[in-house]
Ligand binder design. Structure first.
Ligand code: XMP
Length: 509
């Protein structure tokens, strides 16, 4: 496996994804991680990411003291390269006269190891203000650009490499080949890490961890929790108890439909619990979105608690925590500002006294989908759009009532149904409808109406971190709008959201 030391680059996660696309397992850790923690199973290679600092800044992140511990190959990217050089000759990195951002033509001077199978000239992506003015004599130049004499280097004696550009971004045309050369040729790693091997080792780990105890798993109807439950089920069979809660905030027919899939197609040991009244009672009159999330999260936990009350065999709770959540929380820059508190991340109260089983906490979303496919979860389920835990509760932009929920359910059903019918569902990453607390004037027949407005939103995205509004065909939008206004009594206006994330978010609350 490979360890990626994070110096705070916006691309660090991309490095991890690229390495995993080579079927090699890797983990991201802060630049100053105590590497002796991995003494049992040392990595076969280390990559140092780029970062926003200048090595000359006071308090700039430095070299990891355990870096040379295992004598394994090292690749420094951008800041990672600069810090390697700076460590040999303090002051050798300077602010460049020509800062380089964007595409640049790389000219390879030595087409062996790191640059094997790379043409002599190719496009790379640069993003740096500093450059290496004086190269320490331990290193030699293996590539340059018009702007930068030192675009890539190699240590003369050790397996240490550095590149000033970013091989991990798609704009670097041969970037993946460069990373492949590093991983396969230089680190001698083999691409054996696949969905199947992940499942085998994870099932074994769960079995060892859980022993004879029982595990509780809250299902949400989403891919992550379903994959988690299926993995745990493979490991320990009916020692697993799944719970699928109807919080009254699900979409039309969702509780019944999804429960059927869990029971009949996936054979999971699941109990459906209808807690609608409890949720709606506690949400009555609440407008603030964060307050809604908190209330909903707490009730979920209480419902789980009640479900296993008095049964002391339950010692574990299985959760679908994903890698991006984990990385964010260990970032050396400290936790980022809370934009929205996603309640399914780490919100377990102490008194519940259950240890966590988080079998996909090292995976990205698309990797979870691959594991799901390998586990035999049907494709129509894997491809379901994400749906937030607080459900329609955060899509009604005012207090939540039964009546508003009924309206929004119909709107959502028409929109999503038409996306499926017209083969557009898989083209968008997520689609949703919101009920706005805005009434406006309309005319139907000869009557004046004064009714609510529905907002439709569909986005394209890779991971939900950034998103663009989906350019759905106008005739499609016209048809959906028409159906909603004609069929949903109480709605007389439909708007389509044309904002990207950032600066907007995907959900409206
Ligand atoms: P935002 O609105 O933050 O959404 O751009 C990004 C993704 O996260 C989902 N989301 C949530 N999921 N609990 C969840 O389980 C939440 O409170 C929550 N808020 C947003 C959202 O649907 C999108 O997929």
């Amino acid at each position: 496996w490979i360890i990626i030391l994070d110096y705070g680059s916006q691309y660090t996660q991309l490095i991890a994804r690229r390495i995993r696309e080579l079927n090699i397992y890797c983990e991201i850790h802060p630049f100053n991680k105590e590497l002796s923690a991995f003494a049992d199973q040392p990595p076969k290679g280390i990559i140092m990411s780029g970062g926003p600092s200048s090595v000359n800044d006071e308090g700039a992140p430095g070299l990891n003291s355990g870096l040379f511990e295992w004598d394994v190959p090292i690749l420094g990217i951008c800041y990672g390269l600069q810090i390697l050089a700076h460590n040999k000759i303090p002051g050798c990195v300077e602010q460049a006269d020509h800062r380089e951002f964007g595409r640049s033509e790389l000219i390879v001077d030595d087409a062996t190891d790191l640059f094997r199978n790379i043409p002599q000239e190719s496009v790379v992506w640069m993003s740096h203000g500093d450059h290496i003015k004086k190269l320490p004599r331990e290193y030699e130049i293996i590539a340059h650009t018009d702007n930068a004499r030192v675009a890539a280097v190699r240590h003369r004696e050790q397996q240490i490499f550095g590149v000033q550009f970013h091989p991990e971004v798609v704009h670097t045309v041969y970037g993946q080949q460069i990373l492949e050369n590093f991983a396969y040729e230089i680190c001698h790693l083999e691409g054996t890490w696949t969905a199947r091997s992940f499942i085998e080792s994870t099932v074994k780990e769960i079995r060892e961890k859980v022993g004879d105890h029982r595990v509780l798993c809250g299902l949400s109807g989403g891919v992550d929790s379903t994959v988690v439950a299926t993995l745990v089920h493979q490991a320990i069979g009916d020692q697993l108890q799944c719970i699928f809660v109807d919080n009254g905030l699900l979409r039309k027919n969702e509780f019944r439909d999804v429960l059927d899939i869990y029971e009949e197609e996936l054979n999971l040991p699941v109990r459906g619990i209808d807690a609608t009244d409890r949720f709606l009672a506690e949400l009555r009159g609440v407008i603030d979105p964060e307050q809604k999330r908190k209330i909903i999260g707490n009730i979920f936990i209480n419902v789980f608690d009640d479900a296993i009350a008095g049964d002391n065999d339950f010692k574990f709770l299985a959760q679908g925590t994903l890698y991006p959540d984990v990385i964010e929380s260990i970032s050396f820059k400290g936790p980022s500002a809370t934009i929205k508190s996603h309640h399914n991340v780490g919100g377990l109260p102490e008194e519940m006294n259950l240890a966590l089983v988080e079998p996909v906490r090292e995976l990205f979303k698309d990797e979870v989908r691959n594991v799901g496919r390998e586990l035999g979860i049907p494709d129509h389920f894997i491809k379901r759009h994400p749906f937030p835990g607080p459900g329609l509760g955060i899509r009604i932009l005012s207090d939540v009532t039964k009546e508003k929920l009924a309206l929004l359910r119909e709107v959502d059903d028409i929109f999503i149904g038409e996306l499926r019918k017209q083969d557009l569902y898989d083209d968008v990453w997520q689609a949703l409808a919101v009920l706005l607390p805005v009434q406006s004037v309309g005319v139907m027949g000869d009557e004046r109406t004064y009714e609510f407005t529905a907002g439709l939103r569909a986005v394209t995205s890779v991971d939900g971190m950034t998103a663009d509004w989906a350019h759905l065909p106008h005739p499609f939008l016209a048809h959906v709008s028409n159906r909603i206004i004609n069929e949903v009594r109480g709605i007389n206006r439909v708007v389509y959201d044309v904002s990207s994330k950032p600066p907007s978010t995907i959900e409206w609350e």
